[in-house]
Ligand binder design. Structure first.
Ligand code: SDX
Length: 432
């Protein structure tokens, strides 16, 4: 057996030799693509805790060391020195742009930011109190009904145009959800503004008065967008990859990713964190009551914003965003704001509690992002929409990578069947 192979031996003495593959970072993988044909065995890995679903060159995470790299660049350096639009270019094209490339890309993204006027009619079909994520799933999916000129996914240029359109239109469509919910007029994008500032003006400006976004809010939002741009094969990215593996168009596939992100165990956690903190502040119960609930296996309560499937050390994004959280709270003089106070108390207690230490449950990026968004006046039900806005570039980068991968085929997992063995139909008169 060469060092590039591994032998699988079963109780009957049958041996299957499988190839090993090593990437540029991370664990070596056992290539099981021919395991069933060679051995008659499937593998079983619910939740894919030990399974590499694809090969990818976009993002690398080391959960033990708390490392996150976008195309090899540490998230700490990108957060400190880059911008979201530059990170979008990096994730899509694999390299940091030079000045001319960045200016051209920024111009393209800005000039796709308007949506077809007909798309606005979709919003009026929703109740005013519809959750914005429900609206985003519907309207982003509906984009495929407007852009027939770029849904031939076999053409690289069509794929690139769709990528630009989705990245550019997400802030516009997201802000429309908010404007529709409060009966205010939709606000058009302004091409002279940066991505983050443009979103804030579409969210909060009114036709009746001038608006200038708080520069600290613009900086905080751009940071949140950078930190949420991509994260390897998380649930929503895997959803986009599986949906588009059938040849579904990118708009429909991204809508599937938005739906997956909405769950409270995933992107919905930032909204759930604030709801949890508000309950803690308003319930009159002490924090220990909630810590006890979080440990109780009979109780579905979890400490939202804590734990991660991959990070069993600190989430590097959480460490970065925690500093921004403190900066913003200090600037706003909100350090004794009950929600922030409760969050800091909870963070301290959880980090000293044996249950969390033993399970390596640390605050994740969602624990702090919600506090920042709340401080910026973003409504709670828009938190996950902002996550979706940021993650669109990551979903698209993975879609493009998959479409260019010669090994790409339709995703079709198998199962461990535990149902009835074959049995014959009995007519209703013969049943008990
Ligand atoms: C995101 O995958 C990604 O990359 C996602 C993301 C991205 O950028 O795309 O990083 C974004 O989704 C961040 C995570 C946001 N979710 C939350 O904050 C929700 C709260 N967290 C948990 O639901 C949970 O930690 C998960 C879902 C995030 C991870 O769950 P795992 O890896 O499946 O871990 P597990 O459920 O097997 O938990 C291991 C143990 C269990 O206890 P034991 O059975 O071993 O006794 O830890 C416990 C769990 O009960 N546990 C928690 C807990 N999270 C795990 N107990 C209390 N509170 C928690 N938050």
């Amino acid at each position: 057996m060469s060092k590039k192979e591994i032998n699988l031996c079963d109780a009957e003495g049958n041996t299957t030799t499988l190839p090993l593959k090593t990437g540029s970072h991370g664990p070596t993988v056992i290539d099981i693509s021919n395991l069933y044909q060679q051995s008659g065995y499937f593998t079983y890995d619910p939740g894919f805790t030990s399974t590499a679903s694809c090969r990818s060159a976009i993002t690398y995470i080391d959960g033990e060391e708390g490392i996150l790299l976008y195309r090899g660049y540490p998230i700490e350096q990108l957060a400190a020195q880059s911008s979201y639009i530059e990170v979008c270019y990096l994730l899509l094209y694999g390299e940091l742009p030079n000045g001319e490339q960045l200016a051209k890309f920024d111009h393209i993204i800005k000039h796709h930011s308007m949506v077809h006027e007909g798309l606005k009619n979709f919003y009026s079909g929703f109740h005013h109190d519809a959750h914005p994520m429900a609206i985003m799933v519907g309207t982003v999916g509906a984009l495929s009904a407007f852009y027939h000129d770029s849904t031939d996914i076999t053409q690289a240029r069509h794929r690139e145009i769709s990528a630009h359109r989705l990245i550019s239109k997400m802030p516009t469509m997201a802000s429309y959800c908010y404007k529709y919910s409060n009966g205010q007029p939709f606000v058009y994008p302004q091409n002279h503004l940066s991505y983050a500032e443009n979103f804030l003006q579409m969210m909060f400006s009114l036709p009746s008065e001038p608006y200038k976004a708080n520069p600290t809010f613009v900086k905080a939002l751009d940071l949140i967008l950078i930190l949420h741009a991509d994260h390897e094969q998380n649930a929503s990215t895997s959803t986009v990859r599986l949906a588009s593996s059938s040849g579904a168009n990118p708009f429909a596939s991204i809508a599937a990713g938005i739906a997956s992100l909405w769950g409270p165990a995933h992107g919905g956690a930032n909204e759930a964190v604030i709801k949890m903190l508000e309950e803690m502040v308003n319930s009159g119960q002490n924090i220990e009551h909630y810590i006890k609930k979080a440990k109780d296996k009979q109780d579905p309560f979890r400490l939202m914003g804590f734990g991660h499937r991959v990070y069993k050390n600190h989430d590097p994004r959480a460490k970065i965003i925690r500093n921004m959280c403190h900066e913003l709270v200090d600037e706003l003089g909100a350090e004794n704001q009950p929600l922030f106070e409760m969050a800091m108390k909870l963070e301290k207690i959880a980090l000293e509690d044996e249950y969390f230490i033993q399970r390596r449950l640390y605050p994740n990026v969602d624990f702090y992002s919600g506090i920042i968004l709340r401080a910026m006046g973003i409504p709670l039900n828009m938190f996950t929409v902002i996550f979706a806005m940021a993650r669109t570039v990551g979903w698209i980068a993975h879609w493009l990578e998959m479409m260019d991968d010669p090994q790409q085929k339709i995703g079709r997992p198998r199962q461990l069947y535990t149902g009835h063995k074959r049995r014959d139909y009995r007519s209703v008169v013969d049943r008990d």
